[in-house]
Write a protein that binds this ligand. Sequence first.
Ligand code: NDP
Length: 259
Amino acid sequence: MPWLGLGVYKASEGEEVERAVRTAIAAGYRSIDTATLYENETGVGKAVRESGVPREEIFVTTKVWNTDQGYESTLRAFEVSRKKLGFDYIDLYLVHWPVKGKYKETWKALEKLYQEGFVRAIGVSNFHVHHLEDLIADCQVKPMVNQVEYHPLLTQQELRQYCRSQEIQLEAWRPLMKGSLDHPILKELGEKYQKTPAQIVLRWDLQNEVVTIPKSVNEHRIKENANIFDFELSAEDMEKISGMNQNKRFGADPDNFDF
Ligand code: NDP
């Protein structure tokens, strides 16, 4: 799984998402993160298929939405996603949120899709430690990835530790805090390393071994967000960024969501 991918939440279906994916692939991205919810799988698939890069070199993630959860309905939702994307297989299929009373049945469908080779990897999203423990106690195939909100204001230490101990790859959504990067520590480090605050945060993800998927539909920022492999933050500066934690969420808490 590539360490860096393009997020496409809120990128509109059609020209906007196609252009973003085309630009990202040309800039070297090899991973795209979409979902049924984002309603742009058709454009993502088209841009990937027309990119000229072999399908097996691009890692595509999509997710089953909450209203589709349950065994049979997940299998149906997967088929809709796969057709929209226009692929024989999907690289990573995720349970988007831990819908109470449903996610275990949903997981059984993901296990079947994995065992039959329609998906190369299966995982979850927005799972707390207790959700993971509950699922792992009952499953045949353990989740391979947990995609959660993760950034300097929400460092999720306990969850990170747990995922590491279970060999579940942590993946950061909203890594750029939706662009609210105006923070003195990020600015100071940006000047020190001659990088932008966004690049500092994304590099911090990489050095923490957290997969990251910043979203942009802007060519300049798509390129900027990928330019993070030519410098290294010192251990002390990594600590400074981690010290920004406030347990602050921009999105919903997985223990308390109503969608
Ligand atoms: P991000 O933290 O990636 O922020 C995206 C925002 O930041 C956009 O407004 C973008 O604007 C702006 N931006 C991008 N690059 C820069 C930059 N270098 N400097 C300043 N601003 C910048 O938020 P997202 O919520 O989009 O999260 C990323 C991805 O994670 C999503 O796209 C989606 O794929 C996934 N996700 C998953 C969730 C889940 O429940 N599993 C929930 C939410 C997101 P512009 O486009 O104009 O550049």
